[in-house]
Design a protein around this ligand. Structure first.
Ligand code: ATP
Ligand code: MG
Length: 226
């Protein structure tokens, strides 16, 4: 699948994600060399692979947070990182909260009706916890989100992804910090978010992904079909 060559602009339009022979290194540590990936609009891709293989780095490139050293990156028809950022919702593996309120961390400036915001909080299984906070949704999460648990931070990011309403969803082990019961609930809720959209979901547990997912392994900086 992965190494298809394109023959012109029209073909590219069918793809939500088009990585054309990208290379990326952290200083001397090369993570990818000439890596290509095409994901069609609405396609669901699962990515597995050994720790340190570059999965999170890849998602950050796809989210427009990192720039490839060479090669082409097109996401939802955009090629500039700042434009790409507007087209993707990324749930990061690590805590990515701002030192602001829970509300601000979820809405990120999007204008969301209060009832919709609470519905999203329910999807992300956050309601009970938010209701227990001294200032509810307006409680500050602390510097770098240090006043919330890993699982709460993860669910705030999931709620944030619901608010963004982006065509491309990037999930980096989005439920890894959740207990079994909450994980099942949130995975089910994530189906509401991902239905009809392009999704790349990094996980060490591909068995938790439904049949709509094609699974690839990232190994030695290349994709291998599972
Ligand atoms: N900010 C960084 N600065 C320097 N090197 C980094 C940085 N982030 C990751 N790396 C290195 O890049 C490589 C790929 O890391 P990455 O986090 O993308 O792997 P991963 O596949 O997501 O691993 P995991 O399954 O443990 O989450 C590793 O060798 C890692 O040490
Ligand atoms: Mg990772």
């Amino acid at each position: 699948m992965i190494e298809i060559k394109y023959s012109g602009e029209n073909m590219m339009e069918q793809y939500a994600v088009w990585l054309d022979e990208i290379s990326f290194a952290y200083d001397q540590n090369t993570v990818f060399e000439n890596l290509s990936l095409q994901v069609r609009e609405g396609e669901h891709i699962g990515i597995v692979g050994d720790s340190g293989g570059g999965k999170s780095t890849l998602l950050k490139i796809l989210a427009g947070l990192y720039q490839a050293d060479s090669g082409g990156v097109t996401v939802a028809g955009k090629t500039e990182p700042e434009q790409i950022r507007g087209q993707v919702a990324l749930v990061m593996q690590t805590n990515s909260l701002f030192p602001l309120s829970v509300r601000e961390n979820i809405t990120c400036g999007h204008d969301i009706a209060e009832a919709d915001l609470w519905r999203i909080c329910e999807y992300a299984r956050l309601t009970k916890w938010i209701e227990s906070l001294p200032d509810g949704l307006d409680t500050n999460v602390g510097e770098r989100g240090n006043q919330v648990s890993g699982g709460q931070a993860q669910r705030i990011q999931i709620a944030r992804a619901f608010c963004k309403n982006a065509p491309v969803i990037l999930l980096d082990e989005p439920v890894s910090a959740l207990d079994q019961e909450t994980r099942q609930y949130v995975l089910y809720a994530l189906d509401q978010l991902t239905g009809g959209r392009t999704v790349i979901h990094v996980t060490h547990y591909p068995e938790t992904l439904d049949d709509s997912y094609k699974i690839y392994r990232l190994e030695g900086g290349k994709f291998v079909c599972e």
